[in-house]
Design a protein around this ligand. Structure first.
Ligand SMILES: CNC(=O)NC(=N)Nc1ccccc1
Length: 301
């Protein structure tokens, strides 16, 4: 089972290589591509204090992410799975039709997927020759239009590159069905579904105590995904201030939940997702172990 963390939006965050050096982290979601483009335009991106602030002319797409360019090879050497995350809490633009969705998917593929000389004059390479391992959809508002079409389009592009496995993941919020991603999760093959079991009353991990934590519902949803190997992760705040008040739970509480659901759903249980890396790095226990180290200890216990 795996520990996945979001990186890119942390307060005064360290560079990516520092987190790729952590043996307790398996998957890193780079957040975010947070500007959704009209057809023919570039998306926007934001990686917090990283990059040099320059953008491709006429766009909000960062062109100077030199730390990320230098660090992804280190992450790959360390065996990390690096996902590029679309969305987050603060996005601009909206996908309103299938042509726009296909454009956005193709842009992500040709700009962040395998280097393709045939289209080098049409698409930029914000991370240089680095190739991400897949795309994460952290769509938190705006409705469902376009996401299923994007994922299907990406699957079509993945089939053109049979020698490398590419992943698709989704980060729905815990109320079901998720207003943004529910239809995509039900109808397109996904590899990881990391549910945000926080910031929502009546389905979060902290609701384990009052019996409304809805992991069982999500286990049923993910177990019936078109990908029979789709994995469900428990998404958690990595520190009290990483989510709305009251949604953080400590490692002892996480241990109770994980041991219960890992035993009940051994096939679909994939691990733990944390929002987010920097909060986790700062949230150390009495023996100085970070929150992602504490999570890994629980998964390995
Ligand atoms: C994996 N995505 C998130 O965890 N998003 C997230 N935490 N969004 C958010 C929602 C409300 C306030 C601040 C952030």
């Amino acid at each position: 089972t795996n520990v996945a963390v979001y990186w890119g939006q942390g307060p005064n965050q360290h560079r990516l290589r520092d987190f790729c050096a952590q043996t307790d982290i398996d998957i890193i979601n780079l957040g975010f591509i947070n500007g959704f483009p009209t057809q023919g335009a570039y998306p926007g991106s934001n990686f917090g204090n990283q990059c040099d602030g320059n953008v491709y002319p006429g766009s909000d797409l960062l062109s100077g992410c030199h730390q990320i360019v230098d660090d992804i090879p280190i992450c790959k050497q360390m065996g990390k799975t690096i996902m590029l995350s679309i969305g987050g809490a603060y996005t601009t633009g909206q996908i309103t039709n299938d042509a726009q969705a296909k454009w956005f998917a193709d842009f992500l593929w040709y700009s962040f997927g395998p280097v393709n000389p045939a289209v080098a004059d049409q698409y930029p390479r914000p991370f240089g020759d680095n190739v991400v391992d897949g795309f994460d959809f952290d769509i938190e508002h705006g409705g469902h239009t376009g996401w299923k079409t994007m994922i299907k389009r990406l699957h079509m592009r993945f089939q053109e590159q049979p020698d490398k496995k590419f992943y698709i993941s989704a980060a729905p919020q815990c109320p079901t069905p998720d207003a943004q991603l529910g239809d995509a999760i039900a109808s397109t093959a996904l590899d990881f579904v990391w549910v945000q079991f926080y910031n929502n009353e009546g389905c979060s991990a902290k609701n384990f105590v009052d019996g409304t934590f809805n992991f069982d519902t999500w286990a049923g949803i993910v177990a019936s995904n078109p990908n029979p190997d789709a994995k469900l992760f428990i998404g958690l705040p990595a520190a009290p201030q990483a989510a709305n008040d009251g949604y953080y739970i400590d490692a002892t509480q996480v241990s109770t939940i994980v041991r219960w659901y890992m035993a009940f759903y051994p096939k679909v249980f994939g691990g733990i997702m944390l929002w987010e890396a920097t909060y986790a790095q700062k949230n150390k226990d009495a023996s100085g172990r970070t929150y992602y180290q504490q999570m890994k200890d629980i998964l390995d216990s």
